[in-house]
Design a protein around this ligand. Structure first.
Ligand code: HAM
Length: 431
């Protein structure tokens, strides 16, 4: 009950989660439209999977010993007793759907893309959220290194066409169940006498997954691995051949990459190729996306043996990059005009005009509840339209309308029956 002294609680979004306000949507749309266009072109089909899944698919798929499953998963028990998780990533969900819907009977490879929020109970900081958006590409049923190259090419193209060009790809091969166990064993022996110098996380990793020691950012762990022979020197013939083919394809496509023997990725299902995309601008910051091959996952989740490869963009981080690079160019909403009316007769005429605009595919905004020119122009300014149309008593009588360029402030009077044509011409030039 509200008492005299009761304080009103101010509600905020949950920690590490945030709203995407109307003004920011332009960046998110811009990324999604480009990513979807390129994915469509490469033959990827959209898939949506539930935000909640049986927690087991992540425990078995992503891996019990990974940070994502061990520390970051939001889980719940339903009233019916099911143990569910808010998806921390999309790959196991897509593979669950691939198996459940018998997609292994479709012509292979099956190429899918998805877009939406993922949830990780991570320590919130710049670029690291608890609700994060990913756009993922998965190609299932193709083992040839050309598939890995195709995914990398699509990723490269999407970023380049968005104007995010100052980037590079970190690349490695982490082998397969044939050659990796020997390297893991070698690592255990290598670190046995040095264990006391490892950080506490790596001491634990030495027991569960010694490969993860390779990408530890702790200085003493970095120093310890200085003389370590890289994993790609120990790959089996099959993995080495696969990796060499991939490098040839990337060279052919002129996609630059850095071979990084310490890149192992924090998810358990990877085999052979692993890669990440980084911006060159803010070194030491965060990956814009990551992916790799996961030939065992379909089998692990109960399906037939099917090779697969994929990648996911961290969309929050891409949007940050887009904002950094395009401060000016996105200032105006390109295909939109603002209608300002002054007086009752103008207001009535506007209702008819609105329909004309809709038929001609021009978006309009107006504030019919406002009467003053000043407040309507202020709203138009806030909506960041390039053009504003002003219709007053005089214009209604003359059969004209004033066209105002919001950037320069210049105004012209145009006959009302020519305004659609005039606007279409101008908007076409703007685009
Ligand atoms: P991941 O490396 O865990 O891979 O995530 C992919 C990208 O999501 C990261 O590179 C990063 O940009 C973004 N991301 C991850 N965590 C956060 C966070 N807490 N806040 C903001 N952004 C974040 C996967 O999820 C794999 N499923 C990728 C994949 C697809 N592999 C094969 N197919």
């Amino acid at each position: 009950m509200e008492g005299k002294n009761s304080k009103k609680k101010v509600y905020t979004a949950p920690k590490g989660m945030h709203d995407i306000l109307p003004d920011e949507q332009v960046w998110w749309d811009r990324f999604y439209n480009k990513a979807k266009d390129v994915s469509d072109f490469y033959g990827f089909k959209k898939i949506d999977t539930p935000l909640l899944e049986d927690a087991d698919i992540f425990i078995r798929g992503t891996g019990l010993g990974t940070d994502i499953v061990e520390k970051e998963m939001y889980t719940l028990k339903t009233k019916g007793g099911d143990f569910l998780a808010l998806r921390p990533e999309g790959t196991p969900s897509v593979i669950r759907s691939y198996i459940e819907n018998g997609m292994f009977n479709w012509p292979q490879p099956v190429k899918l893309f998805y877009y939406g929020p993922m949830f990780r109970y991570d320590k919130p900081q710049a670029g690291r959220y608890r609700q994060l958006f990913q756009f993922g590409l998965e190609m299932i049923g193709e083992e040839n290194a050309a598939a890995d190259a195709e995914i990398i090419q699509a990723v490269w193209l999407i970023l380049n066409e968005l104007g995010i060009k100052n980037i590079h790809i970190e690349l490695n091969s982490i082998g397969c169940p044939d050659c990796r166990p020997a390297y893991k064993k070698f690592l255990k022996t290598f670190y046995r006498t040095k264990a006391s110098k490892l950080c506490s996380d790596c001491k634990r990793r030495l027991k569960i997954n010694p490969l993860r020691i390779l990408d530890c950012k702790n200085e003493s762990c970095i120093a310890l691995r200085e003389n370590l022979p890289p994993l790609f020197d120990k790959l089996c013939e099959e993995c080495r051949g696969h990796f060499e083919h991939l490098l040839e394809y990337l060279d052919e496509m002129q996609i630059p990459y850095n071979l990084n023997p310490n890149l192992v990725r924090g998810l358990d299902y990877y085999t052979k190729t692993v890669f990440e995309v980084w911006s060159n601008d803010d070194a030491g910051s965060l990956a814009l996306g990551g992916g790799g091959r996961y030939d065992g996952l379909v089998g692990i989740l109960g399906g037939p043996k099917k090779p697969a490869v994929g990648f996911a963009f961290g969309v929050d981080r891409i949007v940050y990059q887009l904002k950094l690079r395009n401060k000016k160019t996105e200032t105006y909403h390109k295909n939109k005009v603002y209608l300002v009316q002054l007086g009752e007769s103008a207001k009535k005429q506007i209702f008819g005009l609105l329909e004309e605009f809709r038929k001609n595919n021009i978006s309009v905004e107006s504030s019919l509840g406002r009467d003053s020119l000043r407040s309507q122009l202020k709203n138009a300014d806030h909506s960041r339209v390039k053009y504003c149309l002003i219709l007053g008593q005089r214009e209604v009588i003359d059969g004209t309308v004033i066209l105002r360029d919001m950037e320069s402030g210049l105004q012209e009077t145009i006959p009302i029956d020519k305004i659609i044509l005039e606007l279409k011409e101008r908007l076409k030039k703007e685009n």
